[in-house]
Write a protein that binds this ligand. Structure first.
Ligand SMILES: Nc1nc2c([nH]c(=O)n2[C@H]2C[C@H](O)[C@@H](COP(=O)(O)OP(=O)(O)OP(=O)(O)O)O2)c(=O)[nH]1
Length: 271
């Protein structure tokens, strides 16, 4: 079946990239019906038996959300004449329309992201142990989390991470690779519920000794002890990625570039 693929990197959290994509729709007139929607990871729309099928997947990277799209359709005519008609009347206009649409989409998502309070965290690793921190107050008091906090307006994610670790732990940290991103259900920083996400890197302490300035307790734990802690629920999907850093033999090793990473999310129906 003829198809086209498009890839766009959007400077926005997963949730914003997904919501804005859906709000903008598609750059063609034919009505499509939703076949699947797994916010904020994937959606599929179909135009029926002869219409196009449009599949989008959203994955987290250190630089933003990677949106991968596939449009496939049934050719109107069979054989070589069908291929010519297809190229001139479907493929070319579709590519042109999608490019313009995706440029506008990336800009709109990046603009919307400026209004969303983002949370960053760091899994600080020392040998085979990772630092976990027990929250002192708020609705998650007593739960364990990764040090970090809200990104301030105009601040880059990694600047926020370094600042938060100075404030909370009294150390300088060197972020290494991006680990993943999880949506936060509740209200963060007074924003709309369900739009903020937690983006987590792993890193090392570059200078100083960790001291609990804001947490009840700090603990260095090995991979085997991570699961038993009473985590903030949002953090749990990130644990397998942390375990891979602590024990690369347990799975795919995390890359060391601080750029791209994987997106921890539940298995997707139908791949
Ligand atoms: N720091 C951190 N926050 C997390 C994690 N998981 C998770 O759901 N959160 C939530 C809890 C809070 O609603 C929000 C972070 O807020 P925060 O209170 O730590 O941010 P902050 O340090 O900037 O605090 P403040 O200036 O507003 O007092 O993200 C995590 O692993 N680390």
């Amino acid at each position: 079946m003829p198809h086209l693929r498009f890839t766009t990197l959007v400077e926005a959290p997963l949730t914003v990239a997904f919501d804005v994509a859906r709000a903008l729709g598609r750059p063609w007139g034919a009505p499509l019906e939703e076949v699947a929607s797994e916010r904020p990871y994937r959606d599929v729309y179909s135009g029926g038996r002869r219409g196009p099928t449009h599949t989008r997947s959203f994955s987290a990277t250190g630089a933003g959300t990677l949106v991968e799209e596939r449009v496939e359709w049934t050719p109107a005519l069979p054989g070589p004449p069908g291929r010519v008609v297809d190229r001139l009347l479907v493929r070319r206009p579709l590519v042109r329309a999608m490019r313009a649409h995706l440029d506008a989409y990336a800009a709109a998502a990046a603009r919307r992201a400026l209004d969303v309070v983002q949370v960053v965290g760091v899994a600080l690793v020392d040998g085979d142990r990772v630092l976990v921190a027990q929250r002192a107050d708020g609705p998650f008091a007593g739960c364990w989390e990764f040090p970090g906090g809200k990104v301030e307006p105009g601040e880059a994610d990694l600047e926020a991470l370094v600042r938060e670790c100075r404030e909370e732990l009294g150390v300088e940290v060197a972020p290494q690779a991006f680990l993943g991103e999880v949506p936060l259900d509740g209200v963060v920083g007074g924003g709309a519920p369900g739009v903020s996400t937690l983006r987590v890197w792993w890193g090392r302490v570059a200078a100083g000794e960790v001291t609990p300035h804001e947490h009840t307790e700090l603990r260095w734990v090995v991979a085997a002890d991570l699961g038993a802690l009473d985590w903030i629920p949002a953090d749990r999907p990130l644990l397998p990625d942390v375990v891979r850093v602590l024990d690369p033999a347990s799975g795919r090793p995390a890359n060391d570039e601080g750029g791209a990473g994987s997106s921890p999310h539940p298995p997707r129906a139908g791949g």
